[in-house]
Design a protein around this ligand. Sequence first.
Ligand code: BGC
Length: 393
Amino acid sequence: MSSVRIRRIGLPGRIAAITLCVTATGLVHVNSSSAHASPKITEEAWGSTAEGQVDRYTLTNGKGMRVRILTYGGILQTIEVPDRRGRLANVTLGFDNLTDYVERSPYFGCITGRYANRIANGQFTLNGDPYTLPINNPPNSLHGGTIGFDKHIWTAAPFTRGSEVGLVMTFTSPDGDQGYPGTLNTQVTYTLTRDNGIRMDYKATTDKPTVVNLTNHAYFNLAGEGTGTIDDHLLTLNASRYTPVDPTLIPTGAIDPVAGTPMDFTKPTAIGARNRVNFEQLVIGRGYDHNWVLDRRDNTFRKLEFAARVLEKGSGRVLSIYTTEPGIQFYAGNFLDGTLIGTSGRMYRQGDGFALETQHYPDSPNQPQFPSTVLNPGQTYQTTTIYQFSTGR
Ligand code: BGC
């Protein structure tokens, strides 16, 4: 029997070797170390804020996919995934330093809370009691207020479970934090799966009636962050309706069909194909910045269902999103303006990344016809979303 050792044949990451064994009978046994590489999680200090030390965790799975997570804001700092030839690229927008995250981040990769997206005029009433929130996106309150969940240091507990690695992140928001009632105990579990998925399990409990709407705000560019616009990415949304907005980006209360409009992504369509057409909703948002109503079979919002798929043809990278949530905010990076320098040292301009934020609809606390975001003592808020990476055509 002869044995030939071949070094690295176009496989991703830290894969050392493939051994081909040719036996006397002519059979070839392929022994790839990639198939058996174990998942790994490492931790390092990554600076500090007024609240304390920030740590950065690096999670790697058996296929070489690598994700970096900061305890500051629970931020997904980098997400390195293979293209169709196995070459890794970082597909999420972000920074290479903590100061930029603290001082100028447009919510790159963070956990967004207590309430993702906008609440009109920073006001809502619950059980007859009025609540006032910070107006940080005039005239509205955006993403939980001035000091939302993205601006706190979370506690992280790493775990390894079979071929998966992950981090359980926790944060307790005190009663009255940013104007919201109730002490909110929040837990977000990030799991890097063996098949290149990032699973996010959100949980929260409260000691007073409150409203909650948590999401992750990662921006993606599947060709690699900093490589230019996402105009040619093909987007599919499992949504035949969306919630149109007023000029301040608050839902009008209507739920409109997408059919016959540039909001129709029920079939794979390039993001840039219609984002400059003179359609009132696009003019208001300076492009896509809307909540789509997912076509769900399960309306108890407990089952994971397909929400979105994005394909970047050049690399073959695909992002598929599954969620228990009723809505998804598709934001096409309209407010990126060339003033931010990203992780790889290149500037981000308008449309250089997109966000697909699974969520309950914006402004639900003021729109009783929308699925409820109320959480009462004794209940557990529980949602799950998966960012699944693969390659395709
Ligand atoms: C909002 C946008 C906002 C962006 C960054 C998105 O969720 O819908 O209007 O500019 O987040 O804050």
